[in-house]
Ligand binder design. Structure first.
Ligand SMILES: C[S@@+](CC[C@H](N)C(=O)[O-])C[C@H]1O[C@@H](n2cnc3c(N)ncnc32)[C@H](O)[C@@H]1O
Length: 244
């Protein structure tokens, strides 16, 4: 498979990912809690696919929640898949592009946390995921839509926000069954820790067309010692394949 642009950075970050994945851990727990609520209301899925599984933060929770379900985990980064297999040895892994993969057979449940924002066209990708569901199947997705405190931090320090452009809630209105935005706040010991966290989780591929931060401005930020409280706005959405 040819190397997808941000995937190389994720592949390299696999060994350091979990130690720096505070926001991803919090979102994975919330998403799996949401899935558990769905299961109370609908039939129990026999097959589940974790798309953009990374090191398996979601896969391992799904394995605990649904010990009898068949579980697949898909990612384009081989080192991430290796971490997932270590975390959940029974899982079957698929190395593929989340934007156009094809499964041998459809699955009852797709779950994906903090991956959709990396797709070139998140809406089209979500439509593709829907085609991989069994009739009545559900996709539960968590995707960041805004990090307003980081944007404000950049503005107040006179630097460009180089994080990738996130999708917007309204992008998904035509396809989503439910949409909820929740705030998750992580307090980093200082701005350096936030930037390091992005790097050590592989999420530092900059927005296309953005310019590198001036060395002087960066040096100043890296020396700051005050804690930095960062609020992530995360969109939780569900998509169904036809009526249940
Ligand atoms: C921020 S991580 C999230 C991982 C995991 N779901 C979690 O919550 O910790 C994003 C993941 O998406 C994967 N990814 C990015 N673009 C992809 C693509 N086009 N196809 C498959 N995986 C992709 C990366 O390799 C990475 O493992």
């Amino acid at each position: 498979m040819s190397r997808l642009k941000p995937v190389g950075a994720f592949d390299e970050a696999a060994p350091t990912y979990n130690a720096h994945a505070g926001i991803q851990q919090a979102v994975a727990q919330q998403l799996v809690w949401d899935v558990a609520q769905h299961l109370v209301e609908s039939r129990s899925p026999v097959s589940v696919l974790d798309v953009c599984c990374g090191t398996g933060l979601v896969t391992r929770e799904i394995n605990l929640l649904l010990p009898n379900a068949e579980i697949w985990a898909l990612d384009a980064a081989p080192s991430m898949l290796e971490e997932t297999r270590k975390a959940v040895p029974r899982v079957r892994t698929i190395e593929a592009d989340a934007q156009n993969f094809g499964l041998d057979r459809k699955v009852d449940f797709i779950i994906s946390s903090m991956g959709l924002q990396w797709m070139q066209n998140p809406f089209a990708t979500l439509e593709h995921w829907r085609t991989q569901l069994t009739p009545g199947g559900i996709a539960c997705i968590a995707v960041p839509v805004e990090i307003p405190t980081w944007v404000a931090f950049c503005a107040s320090h006179g630097i460009e926000n180089r994080l990738i452009a996130f999708p917007k809630e309204e992008d998904f209105r035509a396809i989503a069954e439910t949409l909820t935005v929740r705030d998750h706040t992580i307090v980093y010991p200082n701005p350096r820790a936030f930037l390091q966290g992005m790097k050590q989780t592989g999420a530092h591929t900059p927005k296309e067309g953005s310019s590198p931060t001036r060395p002087g401005a960066l040096k100043k930020i890296l020396k700051e010692t005050e804690p930095l409280s960062v609020t992530w706005k995360i969109l939780y959405l569900t998509v169904k394949n036809g009526p249940c």
